[in-house]
Design a protein around this ligand. Sequence first.
Ligand SMILES: Nc1ncnc2c1ncn2[C@@H]1O[C@H](COP(=O)(O)OP(=O)(O)O)[C@@H](O)[C@H]1O
Ligand SMILES: [Mg+2]
Length: 417
Amino acid sequence: MSRINNDEVLLKVENLCQYFGPTKAVDNVSFDIKKGEVFGLVGESGCGKTTTGRSIIRLYNITSGNIYFKGERICAGTFSYKTAIKEAKSNTKKDIKALKEESKNNPSKKKENNAVIEKKKRDLDAFITEQKNKIKSAIFDHKYSDSRYSQKCVAKVAGEYNKEFTDAKTEAERKALSLKYAKKFKIAKNTRLITKIQMIFQDPIASLNPRMTVREIISEGLVINGIKDREYIDEKVYEILELVGLVREHAGRYPHEFSGGQRQRIGIARSVIMRPEMIIADEPISALDVSIQAQVINLLNELRDQLGLTILFIAHDLSVVKYFSDRIGVMYFGKMVELASSEELFLHPIHPYTRSLLSAIPLPDPHSEKTRERIIYEPLISHDYSVNKPTMREICPEHFIYCNDEEEARYKEEFGL
Ligand SMILES: Nc1ncnc2c1ncn2[C@@H]1O[C@H](COP(=O)(O)OP(=O)(O)O)[C@@H](O)[C@H]1O
Ligand SMILES: [Mg+2]
């Protein structure tokens, strides 16, 4: 099923933390998505899936961590650097105090200790400078990743233009080239990297403005990006409506005139008109009747092929993502607890939370459904993290589990590794 034709990483999420006061909505989550891949993000309501998606499209100033898209750092948090400064200051202060204490009790050590103190102060200063530079660079990237990307686009167009210009023989050819490239330069200059990621929301009713026509809703992104040509906009809207299985006559109507499934198609149209490279689909079928859920999944699959999309597909249960995803990440309470290919995850689920999610999927056969045993996940019983702390570990190739030393050994033994 995989359409991934290379190992190019399109999106890289690195130690993402998003805290809302005391709530650690997303806590140290890392994963990457390859170009052309569908990555399923699964977990029960409130585990931080939407927050992860919203962080990626820069709706928040993330607490800490980094997000890279097409190689550009588009999000960078500063909290971890600030915390590191605070910790270093307090540790140094403690060390110096102990050294001074020692000098007082043992004056023969004073000279030696003073030298150590001076060294500690210098080290601290150097460390603070280093962290402050990281903060500066994080703020800079967050602010300027879009313009840096558009500069790259402009440079690429300039390269093409220069080549064609050198090859052009007549004045007329050169004039035509200037005209052709004027438009290309303008598009390159106006390119915003962040619009290459578009999000589709769970609730197609709440996310569509009831006072706007379908035409206005779908073309909003174009208009915001400075496109004014009415004819061009209409043409694009009609093209996209047909692409998502609606008709051009729908353009003049309002959202309430449509069924749930059609509304979600409008939501999808609104995101694909921006020609994104990546779509974040946040539970796009959860609010829909079961009968039309498959249609929307099929549409996303078709678009994925036609437009070469990469998809982050968010769902609260595993059955939805099973056939659609290349890889799946399972989240529990702000943490990623298991990450593997879709096939591997269903064949060899390891983390007890994943197992409990799998046991919640109803079986098609009524007999086995009757005897299906639900596994309840109880973190306090399943894990003892009082001494040895868990981290994300690769248990077998490309299969990652959040676990500690004891669990890692046990899981590996279970698999005969
Ligand atoms: N803007 C916000 N302010 C405060 N808390 C939030 C905000 N958004 C989400 N949360 C909290 O963060 C946690 C994760 O929420 P969310 O990402 O929406 O989970 P999911 O999409 O997996 O259901 C929840 O506890 C939620 O209450
Ligand atoms: Mg959500």
